[in-house]
Design a binder for this molecule. Structure first.
Ligand SMILES: NC(=O)C1=CN([C@@H]2O[C@H](COP(=O)(O)OP(=O)(O)OC[C@H]3O[C@@H](n4cnc5c(N)ncnc54)[C@H](O)[C@@H]3O)[C@@H](O)[C@H]2O)[C@@H](O)CC1
Ligand SMILES: Nc1ncnc2c1ncn2[C@@H]1O[C@H](COP(=O)(O)OP(=O)(O)O)[C@@H](O)[C@H]1O
Ligand SMILES: [K+]
Length: 495
């Protein structure tokens, strides 16, 4: 599990640790780790550290201090280091160390910045760290914009300047790092977009903070975590005990959504899939997935006669007319956990009382659907995903999986989970339907909404990587790639 913290949590831990150590110890640990990472990057890019050119952008706070000390270490190894001092003052000891090591430093001017940045093999962003707040003031904003246009490798110190370390918010220009070297612990803003996409590859430098950190703010599951949580059949398993998923999806307009949701469920290992829908989607599902057990619903009929299931997926392509509403009512009147997606979300946004039920509910909206559910503008949701997913979970009394480039899973009283391994090729029609099917399989197998949502998001992204391999993908490819993705997760011994 990779875990991350808000800047307040990091600061509190740093203070507790600093009180026990000689002044400056933590900064030296940070700078040593940073310089080592930069030396590695320079060796990879320019062939060696000696003679390479490094531009250090230094703000007035401790983030600038880290960067200046790291610059000093690189200068001692023969790099030509030039610092641009952007604050009204600079970190004095760090600046002295850089000069003593042979590095140069001068206050910001556009000309100096262009000169230093233009020829740099590596650009070190030490403008702002966890002390940054709000949109960048000048000259930070201009400097970041210039740095983003420069050809050198961009390395952010602790967090990319312009990214809010506590939640990944970005207002205005922000440093676009190829790599970020972060200290003590991951910051939430490095896991959540738009911050995450500004951070590049993130490396963690241990400065001894571990024992002083509280419960994390957010967590990201790793392959090993998902592998450990994923349900496996045992010798005594039969299809019913493994979990039967009911899928209420598809209508006369969107027959494909039914095929995709059933595909997600079948390919992620449901014991059995029961599909309930009207004639048109039924023929599409029957043609593609002979494994599904089918009930054809007449207009106005609910799912009462479908037979026993352990969890439902409600909504992909279902439509929002009276027939769809009747289906939604009948599914939600039951005692099984339910994944509500797509049109199902529109129906419950219209009739909130449908969410008043005892069994668990997992809502899987994208930002537009969440906007309808909680009445917040879509752009605000996209800019502040964590905050809105948490708010929705608390207001709606459900687990919320907010889709997008970073998927956020929120449930009251638990750390939010994030999935950052999605790929932009996933932004294509129908992939969300596959995700809903996977989550249904996991709920039917007995996982909680929280774990089912987290594992579904992870494997969905992994399957997309398998399916794409750098090329465009279609939603059905994601379903078809699930077995290969799962094979990589589940150890051969347990298959
Ligand atoms: N506290 C510690 O023990 C350690 C801190 N370290 C470093 O210290 C950093 C935090 O240092 P600071 O607390 O000095 O904070 P920063 O260096 O992140 O920021 C300092 C100043 O930037 C200015 N500022 C804030 N928002 C701005 C904006 N939008 N535009 C322009 N200026 C803005 C403020 O005046 C603020 O005081 C960490 O990110 C990390 O790099 C590391 O050395 C490890 C140890
Ligand atoms: N830029 C992106 N990067 C990574 N994943 C993305 C991106 N955009 C969308 N996704 C993922 O693609 C899926 C799209 O689902 P959804 O919006 O419901 O589409 P649909 O309704 O067409 O199925 C979600 O799993 C979402 O997290
Ligand atoms: K920084």
């Amino acid at each position: 599990m990779r875990i991350a913290y808000t800047s307040e949590q990091i600061r509190a831990a740093e203070q507790a640790l600093m009180a026990l150590l000689p002044p400056g110890t933590l900064m030296q640990r940070a700078a040593a780790g940073l310089a080592a990472a930069c030396a590695g990057a320079l060796a990879g890019r320019a062939g060696r550290v000696y003679g390479s050119r490094v531009a250090v952008l230094a703000g007035g706070g401790d983030n600038g201090g880290d960067a200046l000390y790291a610059g000093a270490r690189l200068a001692r190894r023969g790099a030509r280091v030039e610092a641009v001092l952007a604050g009204s003052r600079a970190h004095e000891a760090g600046l002295a160390a850089l000069r003593e090591a042979g590095g140069r430093a001068a206050p910001y001017s556009e000309e100096r910045a262009r000169e230093a940045l233009g020829g740099a093999d590596l650009i070190l962003d030490g403008l702002l760290g966890i002390g940054g707040s709000g949109a960048l003031r000048q000259p930070y904003a201009d400097l970041v914009t210039l740095a983003n246009q420069a050809p050198g490798l961009r390395v952010a110190v602790d967090v990319p300047t312009g990214v809010a370390s506590s939640d990944g918010r970005v207002e205005g220009p922000a440093f676009r790092a190829d790599a970020t070297v972060t200290f003590g612990a991951y910051k939430t803003g490095l896991f959540v977009d738009p911050g995450a996409e500004h951070a590049g590859e993130v490396t963690l430098v241990d400065i001894g903070l571990g024992p002083y950190l509280p419960d994390p703010d957010v967590a990201a599951l790793t392959a090993a975590d998902v592998g450990a949580l994923w349900p496996r059949p045992g010798a005594e398993s039969d299809k019913y005990r493994r979990g039967v998923v009911g899928i209420a999806a598809g209508g006369s307009r969107f027959t494909g959504a039914a095929v995709l949701a059933v595909g997600g469920a079948v390919r992620s290992g449901a014991g059995m899939v029961r599909y309930a829908g009207q004639e048109l989607p039924v023929s599409a599902v029957r043609a593609r997935w002979p494994e599904a057990v089918i009930t054809t619903l007449k207009p106005g009929e609910g799912v009462e006669e479908v037979g026993r299931v352990q969890a439902w997926v409600l909504g992909p392509g279902l439509g929002t007319d009276d027939d769809a509403l009747q289906v939604a009512r009948s599914v939600l009147a039951g005692d099984e956990p339910v994944v509500i997606d797509a049109d199902g979300l529109t129906l419950v946004a219209r009739e909130r009382s449908l969410l008043r039920r005892r069994a668990p509910v997992l809502l899987t909206p994208h930002a537009g659907e969440l906007s309808r559910l909680i009445g917040a503008p879509r752009e605000q949701i996209e800019a502040r995903r964590l905050e809105h997913a948490r708010r929705a979970a608390s207001e709606l009394g459900a687990t919320v999986l907010l889709k997008g480039s970073t998927t956020v899973i929120a449930e009251e009283g638990r750390p939010a989970r994030v999935n950052t391994n999605g790929i932009p090729w996933l932004a294509t029609g129908g992939t969300g339907d596959v995700l809903a099917g996977i989550a249904g399989t996991l709920l039917a197998a007995g996982l909680s909404c929280y774990d089912a949502a987290s594992c579904a998001a992870y494997t969905h992204a992994l399957a997309a990587r398998e399916a794409s391999a750098g090329a465009p993908l279609a939603a059905l490819d994601v379903a078809e790639s699930l077995p290969r993705a799962l094979r990589a997760l589940l150890s051969p011994a347990s298959l």
